[in-house]
Design a protein around this ligand. Sequence first.
Ligand code: HEC
Ligand code: HEC
Length: 389
Amino acid sequence: MHCGQLIAEQNPTKLERSVRIGQNIFLDTNLSEPRGQGCISCHRPEHAFADPRPASSGAVQTRKGNRNSPSLMYAALVPPFAFDEFFTPDGEEVYAYEGGLFWDGRSRDIFEQVQQPFYDSNEMNLKDESQLAARIRTSAYAKEFRDWIGDSRWKNDKELAYHSYLALVDFLQSPMFRPFDAKIDDFLDGQPNALNEIESRGLALYTGKANCSGCHPLNSNHWEQPLLSDFGYDNLGVPSVGTADPGLGNHTGNPGEVGQFRSPSLRNVALTAPYMHNGSIKSLREVVDFYNTRDTNRKRWTKTDFPKTVNRDDLGDLKLSDSEIDEIVAFLHCFTDRNLKQINKKSVFPEAPPGTPTSESKKLFFPVWTHRLHPCYQGSTIFPEDKTE
Ligand code: HEC
Ligand code: HEC
């Protein structure tokens, strides 16, 4: 069958069902050992689905990872992990890593990522897929799940787990996670008065003197709208917390990449304190202060994990005045989506603004669709019900 045809023929309610199940899984605190922890425990909607704790404790209260839980807004749009070709401003060709999920990019894409928290001993701590399947079979959404995948898959642990991951991906791709309705979007859409005077000065510094846009660009690269990251890797020399964390270098095995982490999207950054991979910096003002004085105020910014690979060229002594720092911070507040500001006590989740494109219409744009999960990919079981058994 021609692939375009396959896509056109899908029944949209299948996707809706999958999203609903994904949402149920996201909220379910019975999918951990001991029970009591779910995705929602460390990805709080009112904090743009990040965690206000520098590092989150796991289901086993005494265990803890050493990284700060990132926002899940726009996470499904992060490009896949790749070794790519770039050109420096002087036209020199360089190869570098970009994209991937987790601070160190160790999951190629979101489909690979959503499988990890269930079995991570610092997180939900389940033994294996059979345990996950058993918990889901006794959940409140069991019937809906079973109707969605049919009896034979429902009884098979691997198939049931696999479809849980698919449902989570569909959920994380849903419109409420990609509203693009911040002030910066008004500005980029051409509304001349979107930014006030202070924010406009912040913008000029962001793209000029402070060169934040060097790594958190305002132009679109991986999606129609800008995600405010180039998703490249760097060692900024952020303050140490606990055991040294080798980041990217840990899984590429390249000593030059030790201490490097993926540049995060700055969308909704005003809601996601504390900052950096280890949650070492408390506020946005301190983040900008760090970029500004890392190399001139050694007393304040003392120990970092891997001094040898720190980027000394692009940051560290920006010579920003106090009021310039304030202006940049004011500009960073323009990245907050209005739908997150409007979450009220009654609704756990934000709403997607009217007019946000459906996931159906964006299907081929999601990074995860470009390979393994693409319906054309041989062996894909994404539409198992379309196959004859
Ligand atoms: C115990 C707290 C905790 C729980 C529970 C948890 N997470 Fe996370 N999550 C984190 C932390 C911490 C990271 C960053 C870890 C790293 O980079 O190594 C993370 C990273 C992620 C990322 C990557 C985002 C990015 O930009 O790279 C996604 C997506 C995600 N989690 C989704 C989920 C889902 C889905 C669940 C439930 C199945 C879940 N998380 C459960 C703490 C948690
Ligand atoms: C050379 C590339 C580069 C430049 C230039 C840069 N950043 Fe970053 N930014 C990163 C990387 C990489 C991280 C993650 C570092 C880590 O966690 O170790 C980061 C993290 C951040 C964070 C923390 C986000 C979070 O969710 O924890 C903020 C805020 C931030 N940058 C703002 C800025 C601002 C403002 C500027 C300009 C003053 C700037 N960045 C310039 C690469 C860069």
